[in-house]
Structures are given as structure tokens and as C-alpha cells.
Design a protein around this ligand. Sequence first.
Ligand code: GLN
Length: 461
Amino acid sequence: MNILDKLESIKNHEITAVDNLDLFCQTIEKNNTKLNVFLETKMDEAHNIAEKIDSKINEGEKVGKLAGLVIGVKSNINVEDFHITAASRTLENYLGSYNASVVENIRDEDGIIIGVTNMDEFAAGSSTETSYFGCTQNPAAPGRIPGGSSGGSAAAVAAKMCDLSIGSDTGGSIRNPASHCGVMGFKPTYGAVSRQGLLDLAMSFDQIGSFASEAAGIALMLETIMGFDYKECTTIDWDVPEFTKMIVSDEESSLKGMKLGLVKQFFEVSDDGIVDIIEESIDNMEENGVEVVELSFDYIDLCLPTYYLINYVEFFSATRKYDGRKYGHRIEEVCGDEVLRRIHTGSYISQKEFSGKYYKKALQARSLIRKEITKLLKNVDAIVGPTVPKLPHKIGTSLEPMEMYAYDILTVIANLAGIPAASVKAGEVNGIPVGLQFQAKPLDDDKIVQLMAGFEQINKI
Ligand code: GLN
């Protein structure tokens, strides 16, 4: 049953919110020990909320747009009374003391938060292997990483442990695990969703977004969490589109008339098997009315160094509050190698003697990248290509930091430019999912949803 039909069935008393929840609870109970997706769940509390939703429905009261749907939340987003650890020992005993704005939004729409999901420590990673609580298994490719850093949130949807989940994306952390786990993942335009209540990795990149197995699920969550928030100064005051209206089921494909740009460098950096799948998908879209033009992006080699330098500096600054006095442990004493590397390098780059020269250089490079991407997007509706250039490795494979960072080359661009981007499953290489990425102009988030819906439609047929 698709998610919009499920919502209707809950509202029409054909199934109850409790039934929906129970099914997910059973799956979690059966598989969570093996897959390590949720770090904490509150099934009894979720049950009480589900009962309340059902009684509202029975009494004919109006319910929210997520009424009865079960939601997972990445463990770097504050949910009151849950352990919000960001998968770090630093915060192992920290209990969320308030609800992030997005959590309030979800609850206002009668979504049922079932638990918090595993991730890379402080979201600094692309594999979920740096979690203090151990790696999450990729439900779609056993023995392999689920991607990261929101590996738990992607796996939760892939393993059918919830209807929808949310995560954060600083340099790809929603799109990368969505690609590896074979689900959909959406990173909104910077400022379209409130970051209030999110533990920062790099504040000028961080964005909260959603995972789902269908475009309709993505649309529902975006409608729920997007919009101006007086508590958060980077949010944009704009008319949030009705994303669910983009999900049309008639014969006319929503892809028709769309113009997509294919950046040749994005294919050059990707493995052959991945390139084949993405090219096939693009051919398929062309047969369904999409026009494709080739583009060139000359700054691809600049993207990772620019992204990581800014990330290190902003992360270093964000971690100064974890000094062991206010929250939990002093971060340097208990964190893992990757977090420590970023703190040390970030501290070095930020030294007074340099008077910000490296950071400023990186900001200049960032402007250049943003300008170039904006130029490329001017004449197309979206850019299309692979989400991740490599397949997920086997858990435990030892990689150099640069090899790990190489996973991010195609995803950091959207964060550097502040544009919306999403990943959809395009196919498989030896049974391992491969994601296709759409990127669009700022605030063209609805166009991406339309493309996702159209893509889903032609792939069902
Ligand atoms: N892998 C990237 C990094 O390590 C992106 C992380 C993210 O988006 N949170 O910074």
C-alpha cells in the first residue's frame, strides 16, 4: 500500500494508527539487534500517542497530515527525553531537554516518533562506522556499510522499521546513505528547514531533510518541516509549495518537458558500473519526454578541499561547548579518531597567527563554485547524475581519510552552493543499490520532488 493510501485508510478507520505502529515495532524487535538501526526506541510512549490519534479519528476530530505515520529521527536532532548522543561517547548521558522545531512540526501533524537512529559520530563521516555504538548494517546489501552519516535513518526506511525518517545533510549525509540503502533522500535548499535543535557539524552547510521509500513520503515530510521559524535566523520566509500536489498518478508523465543537465565530470569520477546504471536511467527519462543537455563543471577538484576546510573550522568552533562542564564528557578525551582529526586540524587552521587566511580562501573558492553551479543551472530545470561515485564498502574495510572523503565528491557541491538535491534508487550493481541525484536552483525543491515522482512512475511501469 502506498503511503497516501495508508493515510487515507487510517483516517477512514480501515486500519488504525496502533496497527500501523505495531507492525513496525515487531520489525524493530525482530531485526534491530542485528542491524543496529535505532539507538533508542520508546514503544510504550509511541503506543499512547497512536491511541490518542485513533481516538481523535473516532471522534471525528481533524488530524494532521502525518496522522498515524511512524517516524525515526537522527540522534543529533533534539527530541525531549531521548538520548541525543550524536552517536558520541561525549554525550552518552545527555537527554534531549527540548524538542527541535522539526520535531514539534512532526508532532503537530500527528506523526509518531518511535526512536532515534544511529549515525557517524557528530555526523562526521560517510559510513556510520564511526558511531560509538557500532556500525549499522546496510539492509539492502548485507555486510556492507549503509553510508552516512545518517546511516541509521536510511536503514530504518530500507528495513521497514518506520514509514519515514529525518536526518541531517552537511556534505551528503542524507543522499549518500539513501543511495547506498536504495531509498529516497532529500536535502532541502539551505534555510528552507529550521536547524533549531540540530547539533551542528558545520553550520553554514547543515540542513535537515527526509528519507522515504516513495516520493509521496518525501513530499509529506517536506510539507511538514519546511518554513520560516522565528527561533532560527537562517530560515527563509517563503510560501512552502504543496509538495504532495506534485505526486500525480495520471498517464501524463510529470517528467515531460523537463530539461536536465548532465555534467560530464560527474561521470568521469564515478565507477563504471554506476555510470552504466545512471546512463540507462537517463535514457529512460529521455524516452519519457525529458530533454538532456551536456554541461561541463571545471571546478570539481576544488570541491572536496573547500568543503573539508570549512567543515573542520566550523566543526572545531561548534565543539568548544563540549568542554566537559556543560554537557557530558570533554570531547577530546572520549571522541573517535575522525572527530579528533577535525578538531585538531580545525584548531590549527583557525590559529590567530593565520588571521583567518585559509578559511577566507576557502570561502572565496566556495563563492566560485556556487557561481559556476548557478550558471549551469540557469538553462536547465535540474542537474542529473550519480549520487555517490563508489559502491558501499564491506564493514570493517580499512580506508584512509582521503578514500573516505572521496565518497562525498558529488554530494558536497549542493551544500557548498546551498541548493536542493535528492537521491532516488536507479538500479543495482551485483545486488547493491545505486542512487541517482537531482540538483536544482535554490527554492526549486518542488521541481526535484516532481522529478522524483516522475522517475518513480516510469520505473514502476
Ligand atoms: N561525509 C561528509 C563529512 O564527513 C558529510 C557529512 C554530513 O553530511 N553530515 O563531513
